[in-house]
Write a protein that binds this ligand. Structure first.
Ligand SMILES: C[S@@+](CC[C@H](N)C(=O)[O-])C[C@H]1O[C@@H](n2cnc3c(N)ncnc32)[C@H](O)[C@@H]1O
Length: 253
């Protein structure tokens, strides 16, 4: 599969944006932290894919591991990750090491190299639309992930959809409520109802007062049917919102 070249999912622009938006992103960061606090990785060794500087990552979660191997194509990520998380990781006794490589292109090799580690895709899978030109091929690639990861303990938070929204007209507290759903063969179960992916998207977009066209991040087949997912809203820019999808798969189940 062909990538578009430059890293349009990370790098300096991402770091600048994340630093400037840190207060607007706080509620989403806290929702991710609450979700991560409820997952139970089986290993003390974490394979963290696409962490960048860990702008959205709670130190509490990282400190649960004795060792972290982080994989990111961004050469600046290790320095900024150390700056943001180094002190708490050192005080927890967590060792960490960065590897600059494409974790999706080399996933087979990555899985073989660390066969026992729990794996977390940290807002990276939904970002691949910015790297690949063959989008149908990318969607098929992402749909194969759950079988490639079969037997492994793994999770992901990723962009599900993004686009323009003006939710200020709605009740703010309701907007920030994460939405719990279960993946079904052709959509999701939401509030006891089986919905197609499109109907589910319409329900979630209505919650945010979505306007205009929304981008599908091609991740709707990343998790296999039966996986519980938590949908988390993210005010990426004041009038450009994302729905993030977070899920964890217990490889021993
Ligand atoms: C949206 S940023 C992730 C942000 C990060 N989770 C945080 O909290 O700051 C996506 C990251 O994934 C990295 N990335 C994208 N595709 C990758 C790949 N195939 N392999 C490894 N890293 C990748 C980018 O360099 C970038 O740092």
């Amino acid at each position: 599969m062909v990538t578009s070249g430059a890293n349009r999912t990370g790098g300096l622009i991402w770091h600048w944006r994340a630093w400037r938006a840190r207060s607007r992103w706080a509620q989403t960061r806290e929702a991710i932290a609450r979700w991560l606090a409820g997952v139970s990785p089986v290993s003390e060794h974490l394979l963290l894919i696409g962490p960048s500087a860990g702008w959205m990552m709670p130190a509490d979660f990282l400190s649960r591991f004795s060792r972290i191997d982080a994989i990111d194509i961004d050469p600046i990520a290790p320095i900024l990750f150390g700056w943001r998380h180094g002190a708490s990781l050192r005080s927890a006794g967590t060792r960490w090491q960065f590897h600059r490589e494409d974790a999706l292109a080399g996933l087979g090799h990555v899985l073989e190299r660390w066969p026992q580690a729990s794996i977390f895709f940290d807002n990276v899978l939904g970002q691949q639309i910015y790297r690949f030109t063959d989008l149908p091929g990318l969607e098929r690639r992402l749909a194969r992930l759950s079988s490639e990861l079969s037997g492994r303990d793994w999770g992901s938070v990723h962009d599900w959809m993004s686009g323009p929204a003006r939710p200020s007209a709605l009740v703010p507290a309701a907007i920030w409520q994460p939405v719990e759903m279960t993946v079904e063969p052709r959509g999701y179960r939401l509030d006891g109802r089986a919905l197609s992916v499109d109907d589910c998207a319409q329900t979630l977009l209505a919650r945010l007062g979505a306007t205009g066209d929304w981008q599908d991040h091609l991740v709707s087949q990343v998790f296999a049917p039966g996986t519980r997912v938590t949908m988390i809203p993210w005010a990426f820019r004041p009038q450009k919102w994302h729905w993030l999808q977070a899920g964890w798969v217990d490889g021993s189940a």
